[in-house]
Design a protein around this ligand. Structure first.
Ligand code: PLP
Length: 398
């Protein structure tokens, strides 16, 4: 008789985990007010208020709301002067937009291996990939874990390379007591549907530099100048503006974020305590200087050897069948042929590029989405039970 749900057995869990996104009357009231406010794009009251509130939440002096995180990345890189001939260091283990933004500007992404314990950019590896034309380094706070910003800062100072933080997954996260985003020159956030706060779509750029904030504002508003007439465009730009409706929803989402952050952190540390007891499962480490982790994803490493040699793909399929939402996560960006095809210049050799820790992450990393961390401890126990069950019954999968 099979036991695994994947083989027709009874799943550990049939009830769904807390659904996402969440909203209540706060979002509803904000939206209705926005509707009645009559200013539905730039200049709307809620949009201006949200820009100030989100920037302040991230301890940044300036903030510009954008249409998406991807658009925000392009604009931020443009504001840092990135263009054809420039090289930009990006971790190999990240969302595709981190590299595509570089390519959109005619520059070349240079793939850097990640740290084996956190999957954030490895600065010793960035040193290896540095070229005389490296203009920007993009630490990605993957899963909501800040990259080592002390090392990133030292690297930047040593080589005169600017810093763009990709904080798309890291709302509220902190490195050494400082919120991410404006630790570097510029920082980018996303409010896509799955993110820890969302309006369906949306992005944001924070900075402490007034000059960069003005440039970002201009690029996101078809090259306008804040201080000039509406039809006096001063440079090439894009329409990457956020609407008043997105800002309305996001104001309410931001008010709920602190309480949700605490909930996710509690759940993640509980889950880590429990999963750490299972041989062959190793939750990702959180460096001591990460004073807040936003847990956009809960990532653990799966060791095939401890599970009868089954592949990670089989494990993920089995875990899903047991009622646990999870995914196998990223492919290293350099595996995507279309990124190489879009490069005007090749800095790395595609055929020999093999970044050890990024490849290991593909073999081992299992992702659980943030909404699962909003569940009760008893519901989190189902994850542990499902993993143990798969281990016990791994023979059914070989
Ligand atoms: C690390 C990272 N960078 C950039 C983005 C792009 O954000 P958006 O989906 O809002 O364009 C995402 C979103 O998935 C992301 O996770």
């Amino acid at each position: 008789m099979p036991e695994l749900a994947l083989r027709g057995g009874k799943p550990v869990r049939t009830k769904p985990y807390p659904s996402w996104p969440v909203f209540d009357t706060d979002e509803q009231n904000e939206l209705l007010e926005a509707l009645k406010g009559g200013r539905w794009s730039i200049g709307g009251e809620k949009l201006m208020a949200f820009e100030a509130e989100f920037a302040a939440f991230h301890q940044a002096r300036y903030g510009v709301a954008c249409s998406s995180g991807s658009a925000a990345l392009v604009i931020a890189l443009k504001a840092l002067g990135v263009g054809p001939g420039d090289h930009v260091l990006v971790p190999a283990y990240t969302f595709v937009s981190t590299a595509q933004a570089v390519l959109d500007l005619g520059a070349t992404p240079v793939f850097v291996d990640v740290d084996q314990d956190t999957y954030t950019i490895s600065i010793p590896e960035a040193e290896r990939q540095l070229t005389p034309r490296t203009k920007v380094v993009v630490p990605v706070h993957v899963a909501g874990c800040p990259a080592d910003m002390d090392e990133v800062r030292k690297f930047s100072d040593r080589h005169g390379v600017r810093i763009l933080e990709d904080a798309a997954q890291a709302h509220g996260a902190e490195w050494s007591g400082r919120r991410v985003g404006a630790i570097g020159d510029l920082g980018v956030f996303s409010f896509y549907q799955s993110k820890n706060m969302t309006a369906g779509e949306g992005g944001f750029i924070v900075t402490d530099s007034q000059g960069l904030a003005d440039l970002v504002w201009s690029f996101h508003n078809v090259g306008r100048d804040r201080r000039r007439e509406w039809y006096e465009h001063v440079r090439y730009g894009w329409n990457a503006r956020m609407t008043e409706f997105q800002a309305a929803v996001l104001r309410a989402q931001l008010r709920r974020l602190p309480q949700m952050m605490t909930k996710r952190e509690d759940a993640a540390s509980y889950l880590t305590r429990r999963l750490d007891e299972i041989e062959g499962i190793a939750p990702l480490k959180i460096p001591p200087k990460v004073t807040r982790h936003s847990h956009h994803l809960y990532i653990f490493r799966f060791s095939s050897a401890a599970f009868g040699g089954i592949s990670k793909e089989s494990f993920v399929s089995a875990l899903r069948a047991e009622g646990i939402p999870c995914s196998k996560g990223y492919t290293p960006l350099y595996a995507y042929g279309f990124l190489w095809e879009a490069m005007r210049e090749k800095v790395q050799d595609r055929s020999s590029l093999k970044l050890v820790n990024a490849e290991k992450a593909v073999e081992e990393a299992v992702w659980i989405p943030q909404n699962v961390l909003l569940a009760s401890r008893e519901e989190l126990d189902d994850i542990v039970e499902a993993v143990e069950k798969i281990k016990r019954c791994s023979g059914e999968l070989t």
